[in-house]
Ligand binder design. Sequence first.
Ligand code: PNW
Length: 477
Amino acid sequence: PDSENPATPVTFPPAFLWGAATSAYQIEGAVREDGRTPSIWDTFSRTPGKTEGGDTGDIAVDHYHRYREDVALMAELGLDAYRFSVSWSRVQPTGRGPAIQKGLDFYRRLVDELLSKGIKPAVTLYHWDLPQELEDAGGWPERDTAHRFAEYARIVGEALGDRVEQWMTLNEPWCSAFLGYASGVHAPGRTDPAASLRAAHHLNLAHGLGASALRSVMPARNQVAVALNSAAVRPLSQDPADLAAARKIDDLASGVFHGPILHGAYPESLYEATAGVTDWDYVLDGDLALINQPLDALGLNYYTPSLVSAADPNTKGPRADGHGASEHSPWPGVDDVAFHQSPGDRTEMGWTVDPTGLHELIMRYTREAPGLPLYITENGAAYDDKIDSDGRVHDPERVAYLHGHLSAVRRAIADGADVRGYFLWSLLDNFEWAYGYGKRFGAVYVDYASLERTPKTSARWYGRAARTGTLPEVGAV
Ligand code: PNW
């Protein structure tokens, strides 16, 4: 396949899964219903100044009540699979103890609705919404949170393991640890570099304990994975100082998770880079083996590459890094690296559109984890979409983004990568965390006053790709 040449159709293997993704807090709403209690995102979004416009997920896109309509939309578009997350505080409101059946019933109904339309459910157990009571007890920097997660994983695995085959423990633990506990732009909004590294370790432990809990209660055919946002980190030059800067960021973006998860060890260079921040004494004997569970697949989320260089630590002031506005860095222990804007068009997030980063990322994990099937568990773009006078939402930039990135996936497959599927982020416009509702990632437009759904041009384009297994030309829909 040659994306440069429009005459060559970009065609995918017949078994390739065409999906879309969402997460609980970003779409469900109904935050006080059926016994649900606050998660850290409820608390954080209700704290003045934490989200744009003071937006919260109180209503979001009301998916909790409109899931049938949303599943019908997916079926109409022709999607094969749907990735969603379970809200821990709907299932175990205090983060411990017996499950609330009403909470589990919602997900049973959702899954049954999907299955009745032939759509494969893919469940993420944790997409950032820790029950507030667990944060009050110390949150991810506390080891006990990992054990609580394992118990929660067992409960959900028991409830849905007979009908859901694809499982992910965590979504983007990098964001949970470093945006949540170091830069503080995500819940719970703490700015403690040492705590963020403890959080990272306990998230890893939660993954390992959670993966084995799932396996112990589910049919052996089910697949257990994790979704990482391992950045494609590039040095600004081949200067050894820039290479060292890229190495540091790569360790803290990727190695800190895939090291223990895939290889049972943290990178030596990570221990060196963080020596001034933590001594890692919370990594107990046996932890690395617990974390290093066999996996059935690896999920990769990709949006944009990172471009870094060495910098003088005495140069103070904020450094643009595309990870949200905070004087506190999400990179604990790193004060000698500068982030640069990669060249090229940008999305509404300010993130450069660069499909070559996705190809690189896939090839990297093809080498890093030979034989492990890969899924692109998130990829997509925010644009300033509007309903046009013809009642439609025309989003040619998003179509171009998807075409470019899906072509990169196809090139990686041609280069020997075992990519089994792609989940567009996101099915619907939704609550974009600290950015609130101002950033629209959906293939389906949501009017936030009426909550009416309108598929954008990109949804129709993607649906056609899903139904035919071949990318339509940009502009064909
Ligand atoms: C991911 N960063 O978030 C999440 O998994 C989604 O819930 C989210 O809506 C989507 O990507 C779009 O942002 C990220 O600062 C948030 O590097 C922040 C970063 C990366 C991913």
